[in-house]
Design a protein around this ligand. Structure first.
Ligand SMILES: [Zn+2]
Length: 271
């Protein structure tokens, strides 16, 4: 059997025996797969740092046609996930990994989803600017990290067919009256007009500012870079994303809630 070459993001690793591990990879070519890396954790293993969590690497995999694990024969590190002291950036990367794992089925190639996740991981772990004239790398504040993560989550949801309706009513497709607060149906997948909201379960009321931020993050690729959300809106966007993901996954995600900014005394967070 010939080994297949793929570009992969390491989204989970699990020890196996004394020195081997089972890795879950999200590959551009084959989607999600689980493979055994024999001797990966031996001191002089050929895998080196390529199998660290959130590493991006080139791999050679022997695909098994049965339920057996694939066999990883080679992994060559392309990019290592390094975020320094930024806990927000670390959690952002872990959130991307969890969503790649939970939103996809094994062996279902989704190259666009790979590209979105890949771009975000590279941005989160971009090196700090070494030269002043290097304008391509800017310091990521925690607020910017949260905006990038929400943008990424919305892009991932769109690619797996779960984009929330943010402009027109999720139920009837009609216009949604622009008041200061708008009904958002978690089970209906988006905003609801006055007529459709009555009698619905799991409807939350979100602020017009929060909806505007979500529209921008979902619709404009680089909008997150210049988004400076006031703390209450920043927190509300995160809370809405967390609730949305919980409803979609059927359980509370492990990482996303940890991205919730701590509300400061004196600021109230709407729910
Ligand atoms: Zn409606």
């Amino acid at each position: 059997m010939a080994a297949e070459k793929a570009r992969a993001i390491v989204i989970r690793t699990f020890p196996f025996g004394e020195s081997s591990c089972v890795v879950t990879l999200f590959t551009r070519e084959y989607g999600k797969l689980r493979a055994l890396a024999k001797g990966a954790w031996r001191p002089k293993s050929g895998f080196d740092a390529a199998l660290d969590l959130l590493s991006i690497c080139q791999v050679l995999v022997l695909r098994k046609s049965t339920d057996a694990l694939d066999l990883l024969t080679e992994a060559c590190l392309e990019h290592r996930f390094r975020v320094g002291r930024s806990q927000a950036a670390f959690l952002g990367g872990m959130d991307v990994a969890e969503l790649l794992d939970t939103l996809t089925a094994d062996g279902d190639p989704q190259p666009e989803l790979f590209d979105v996740a890949h771009a975000t991981l590279r941005t989160l772990s971009a090196p700090r600017p070494a030269h002043d004239h290097d304008a391509s790398t800017t310091e990521l504040t925690d607020g910017l990290v949260r905006a990038l993560v929400a943008h990424t989550e919305l892009a991932m949801l769109r690619l797996v067919g779960h984009a929330p309706a943010l402009v027109r009513c999720a139920e009837c497709g009609g216009g949604v009256e622009g008041g200061s607060r708008i009904a958002f149906g978690m089970l209906d997948g988006g905003v609801l007009c006055e007529r459709c909201r009555s009698g619905k379960r799991a409807v939350v009321s979100i602020s017009a500012d929060c909806l505007a931020a979500l529209q921008l993050l979902a619709g404009t690729p680089d909008a997150w870079r210049s988004l400076a959300l006031p703390p209450p809106i920043d927190g509300e966007v995160r809370a809405v994303m967390n609730t949305m993901l919980s409803h979609l996954l059927g359980r509370r995600p492990r990482v996303a809630p940890l991205l919730q900014p701590r509300s400061r005394p004196g600021t109230s967070r709407s729910s």
